[in-house]
Design a protein around this ligand. Sequence first.
Ligand code: T1G
Length: 693
Amino acid sequence: MSELVSMRTDGDVAVITIDNPPVNAMKYEVRVGLLDLVSRATGDTAISAIAIACAGRTFVAGADITEFGKPPRQPTGVAVIEAMEASPKPIIAAMHGTPLGGGLELALGCHFRVAAPGTRLGLPEIKLGIIPGAGGTQRLPRLVGMDKGMTMILSGEPIPAREALDAGLIDEIVEGDLVAGAIAFARRVVAEKRPLVLARNREDKLAAARGDLAAFDAAAANYTKRARGQNAPVAAVEALRAAITLPVADALKRERELFLELVAGDQSKAQRHIFFAEREAAKVPDIAGVKAHDVKRAAVIGAGTMGGGIAMCFANAGIPVTVVDTGAEALARGLDVVTRNYRNTAARGGLAADEMEARLGRIAGTTDLAAVADADIVIEAVFEDMGVKQEVFGRLDRIVKPGAVIASNTSYLDIDAIARSTARPQAVVGMHFFSPANVMRLLEVVRGAATSPETLATAIAVGRRLGKVPAVVGVSHGFVGNRMLRLRSVEAERLLLEGALPQDVDGALTGFGFPMGPFAMSDLAGLDVGWRMRKAQGLTAPIADQLCERGRYGQKTARGFYLYEPGTRTPKSDPEVEQLIVDTAAQRGIARGALGKDEIVERLLFPMINEGARVLREGIARRPGDIDVIWVYGYGFPVHRGGPMHYADSVGLAHIRDRLAAFAHKTGDDRHHPSLLLEELAAAGKGFASLGT
Ligand code: T1G
């Protein structure tokens, strides 16, 4: 018997309720309780039907992820589901909130499923580097068909109740009291003697896929070609293919084998690390319990690319936002880009027309700064220059109402210096969005020396409301992400002089799992952006600077490190660039030689990991996991490697220390010298994980 699962009866209907806050994860005690009560209700002659529901904010949101990697305890979720499927009495799942993973699989083991409006149902296991392991790959496509089943399992994205009803995943949407609705549904099933057809025995929805394996393989290839070295998508496709090629019992067995292999693998360990690190990154112990200000209105200063994207975030979250720009033309241009972005999304079917109009309706434009006086939060996104930002903050200080948060979207500059240009530095914080701001999930929240706990708590809460992953960092040039990126960029240029070509360096990183390499990324962002920044800081990049002097700014000029055919974004190598690299190396007396993929990866990642260790030691980042979350959500670090610090532990810090020492000897670059923290941990045979997540 378990405290976490209870049963009551409503006439001849047994109602089993799971109550395991915060998300009713199906941990061992829940499984024990469920199996016990389902058996009891099944054996009770006074009971004609069973409803399974959950207390709290959601139906079971999956297996308990904290149990993974530990010795499995019986009964498993599979055993509980098999017991339910053996029941001669109808079992109805009554779902609300987010029935996900093992929670939805539990419901798929029931005879019927009803849900409250607003329920979002999914199998997100792929995001944890695994596949559904309790029958989801077999039962879901049998209810919704292979196309939808494949989309849900390979994307890991949940679907809303209405869509689930239309697809046959649920049998009814219950308005009002969910459990009462489930009991009424159960009574109808009994009264109408409806046949108890298990999802696992449904074959009708798979007939089409069975008849066209080629179509299945083609659809599956669309997913696996984007796997970038991840094992789970490939395994998910194998399990789904088994659904249309093997008897269900064999296919279920194969699914379980694949699941157990993946859950024990390094990729899932890395992705589970990111799952929990993402939730930790926004936790700041010394402001625990501090109440965030309520934000009803927002304002964005600057209608450029970042300003427009940030405004879309607020509009998407239902928060009215005023965009201010000094020039009417710049303002109009910025708002046009926003409108075009929404229209493109709507045209691709990613947004309903009425929702698009609603979001556009929440965005107002003005050239009058006074219009932001009653905003609860103001985000400055003007030109990346200290003087310009201090001037803007000085003016905002005289306009914005007391108690409002004034944030800067600077990606490098000193938040304390910006705050000192106001009389209320406690209200100033950094909110560093990543481009495109309406797409990228990371938000570096920069805590200044004077930032008050309320201001920080508000910035974090707003970040979450905008659907971002907030990570709190301290003040340092480039904060955490860009500070580490600088090391990688310097090394990438150095590798060109030593013998690599842009496509070698980019290929090594995409082979490692990044979506794009440093040179293709620079061409996308525009080489002139970095050039301006370097000039302002008195820094150089031997090749990039010369490309800019030749007007090669990347995609926007169809020439950068690569060539781009008109209308394409496909990088093509350019002999002119290769000659420039060879000539520059010769001028600097650098002998060029062969560089292997592994050496290139080490040269790019180890110096930035070393800088990450410095960032930790200085307290600019609180936890190694924060750095991992920043790199996974802001810089495309492959999630199945867990971010740079988790990856470093998988390689071994002693190896990294030794390689860095060799790099330092070769390059003479002080930044290559193993940092103190790295030295200490390596000497102690420890990893970054020993510092706590
Ligand atoms: N196991 C353990 N802890 C969990 C958990 C889970 N499945 N889900 C959430 N938590 C913790 C989380 O760490 C946090 O803790 C707190 O609950 C609130 O979460 C066999 C094997 C449900 C949409 O992948 O997506 O089933 O930080 O902050 O924003 O096939 O949590 O407070 O200490 O995220 O409202 C599949 C994972 C598992 C869903 C709620 N299920 N969870 O979001 O709250 S694999 C998932 C979520 C599986 C089977 C396989 C979200 C949420 P703390 P939160 P939220």
